[in-house]
Design a protein around this ligand. Structure first.
Ligand code: KIV
Length: 272
């Protein structure tokens, strides 16, 4: 029997996220990319699991999120869905799957939901992708927006620095956020923007705003490998590291190697 760290084990819906914002209850969100991790994260009581296209970096070792494909995202999302009972599972639409035209976007969105069983999709961008967002929502699929630092546009930005520090970009972000709410988005992720801008967006929107490197918001999201300290040497200012899995894992693996080399493993009790 799973033991949730939260009392309410009802499946989280996008409607529930909106109620949480209305009630001032903060939303917790973490990434996961595989069955085993999703099961732990879900049983710990997280509200939302994001199958992020950061899988491209974290799981596949790519330098950017650009190479990951629809089929690879489906593989990760399907594994996460199998490990999840309570959390809302949101899957990123990868680069190239929603930028061409609305018809193409909705076809890819339906395929991703059908093949993975995820509850919602996340798309990066504002007014320039609004027709695609509308078509996907019209098809009955909840959409989470993503503004600020949008890693699929990394070559346009030229780096992973803080976005929307200048007025023109901040104004565009506000316009985009309002447009995404008006078109029917269920929630919005804001990545790496000044905290005062993120708070302004939280005030203006009635849908939940989830921040990463964006200061206080209606909820927070982190990449699980980063917050568990698996990714040695990655310490951006916004990241709070809750464990040192790199040390825990290398210590354990080191002990195993020592035991194998010395013949201490397996012992009398560990054989048939
Ligand atoms: O892909 C991802 O992990 C994300 C989060 C950083 C929000 O989009």
């Amino acid at each position: 029997m799973s033991k949730y760290l939260v009392e309410d084990t009802r499946k989280i819906s996008v409607q529930r996220l909106k109620e949480m914002k209305a009630n001032g209850e903060k939303i917790s969100m973490l990434t996961a990319y595989d069955y085993g991790t999703a099961k732990i994260v879900d049983e710990a009581g997280i509200d939302v699991i994001l199958v992020g296209d950061s899988a491209s970096n974290v799981m596949a070792g790519n330098a950017t999120t650009l190479p990951i494909t629809v089929e690879e995202m489906i593989y990760h999302a399907r594994s996460v869905v199998r490990g999840t009972k309570r959390a809302l599972v949101v899957c990123d639409m990868p680069f190239g799957s929603y930028q061409v035209c609305p018809a193409d976007s909705v076809r890819n969105a339906i395929h991703m939901v059908q093949a993975s069983g995820c509850d919602a999709l996340k798309l990066e961008g504002g007014v320039e992708i609004i027709e695609s967002v509308k078509k996907i929502i019209d098809a009955g699929i909840p959409v989470v927006g993503h503004l600020g630092l949008t890693p699929q546009s990394i070559h346009k930005f030229g780096g992973y620095g803080v976005r929307a520090k200048e007025k023109a970009e901040a104004d565009k972000l506000l316009t985009d956020a309002v447009a995404l709410e008006e078109i029917g988005c269920a929630a919005l992720v804001l990545e790496k923007i000044p905290a005062n801008l993120s708070q302004e967006v939280c005030r203006r929107l009635s849908i939940p705003v989830i921040g990463i490197g964006a200061g206080p918001a209606d909820g927070q999201v982190l990449v699980i490998d980063d917050m568990l300290g698996k990714n040695k040497g990655f310490h951006p200012k916004f990241l709070r590291q809750y464990a040192d899995l790199y040390s825990i894992m290398t210590d354990a693996i080191g002990s195993y190697i020592t035991d194998v080399k010395s013949g201490a493993f397996p012992n009398e009790d560990e054989r048939y």
